[in-house]
Design a binder for this molecule. Structure first.
Ligand SMILES: [Ca+2]
Ligand SMILES: [Ca+2]
Ligand SMILES: [Ca+2]
Ligand SMILES: [Ca+2]
Length: 272
């Protein structure tokens, strides 16, 4: 065997060893990748979280694998579960709340582009806000402050960059600042809605409040800008035609038709 043949043989041996060792060397990376949710697991979690008021899903803040699911249970606590590809474990449980959790939201209250707060509305007419970092309680509405809170959302309603918590409380719409938690505005008008959503639905640069009772309300004056027949029980805002203005989508809880309203044209979208 000459020198060239020996080098060739050594190279072959090295490549063979590499082929054998490579899977072993890559094993730790493969194991950690298994902790990520599969697409199917993620979709199942997201489906439930988006369909149910008592669930809210959010990403781990430090970029770890998996997803977090907050659940408001009927014995009076909110609990957070960490789901990854091969396990689920509870990472936090609240104190006993005043009333039963009715709706959970995750929000970016300081408007920096990252979710930072978990909010819960309870049957005791209270709202609780916990920071996502450590689940410290950062605000709760005062006991007795509201007789009933039937719906809420978060949106930026005014000139301050932070979001406001928008409450449907005692038949009025109230904004609470998402950073100072001061009450900023309460409408004089009364509304009988159960779902509130906020967005610039007519493209005039000002956010409107959309209620499932069928009213579109100016966010600065609290006056009704436009009103149609009552919407179905559920409403969402989504720009379905890409013109930069969200349409109002409404459907019933169980079955029936979808209606879409374009507030800019003050009419139902006929899809013709
Ligand atoms: Ca934030
Ligand atoms: Ca604001
Ligand atoms: Ca507007
Ligand atoms: Ca649109």
């Amino acid at each position: 065997m000459n020198c060239r043949q020996r080098m060739s043989r050594s190279l072959t041996i090295c490549l063979t060893m590499l082929a054998v060792l490579l899977p072993v060397l890559l094993a730790p990376a493969t194991a950690s990748a298994q902790n990520e949710l599969t697409y199917s697991q993620y979709r199942t979690l997201a489906w439930a979280a988006h369909r149910m008021d008592h669930l809210a899903m959010f990403e781990p803040l430090q970029g770890e694998s998996g997803m977090l699911l907050a659940l408001g249970e009927r014995f009076g606590t909110v609990q957070v579960f960490k789901h990854d590809g091969d396990s689920v474990k509870r990472v936090w449980k609240s104190i006993h709340l005043s009333g039963i959790p009715e709706e959970l939201l995750v929000a970016d209250l300081d408007s920096d582009g990252f979710d930072d707060a978990l909010l819960c509305r309870t049957s005791g007419s209270k709202v609780y806000v916990w920071g996502l970092e450590n689940f410290d309680l950062i605000w709760e509405s005062l006991s007795g402050e509201y007789q009933s809170i039937v719906g809420f959302t978060t949106a930026n309603m005014d000139d301050s960059p932070e979001q406001e918590i928008v409450l449907l409380a005692d038949n009025h719409i109230t904004y609470v600042d998402g950073v100072t938690f001061n009450r900023k505005f309460t409408t004089t008008g009364e509304y009988t809605a159960t779902i509130v959503r906020c967005g610039d639905v007519d493209g005039d640069g000002r956010v409107e409040i959309v209620l499932n009772s069928g009213q579109v309300v100016d966010s600065v004056t609290g006056e009704i800008e436009w009103e149609d027949e009552p919407f179905f029980s559920r409403i969402e805002l989504l720009d379905i035609d890409g013109d930069g203005m969200p349409e109002i989508l409404t459907e019933g809880e169980i079955s029936g038709a979808l209606k879409v309203f374009d507030v800019d044209f003050r009419s139902e979208v006929r899809f013709q």
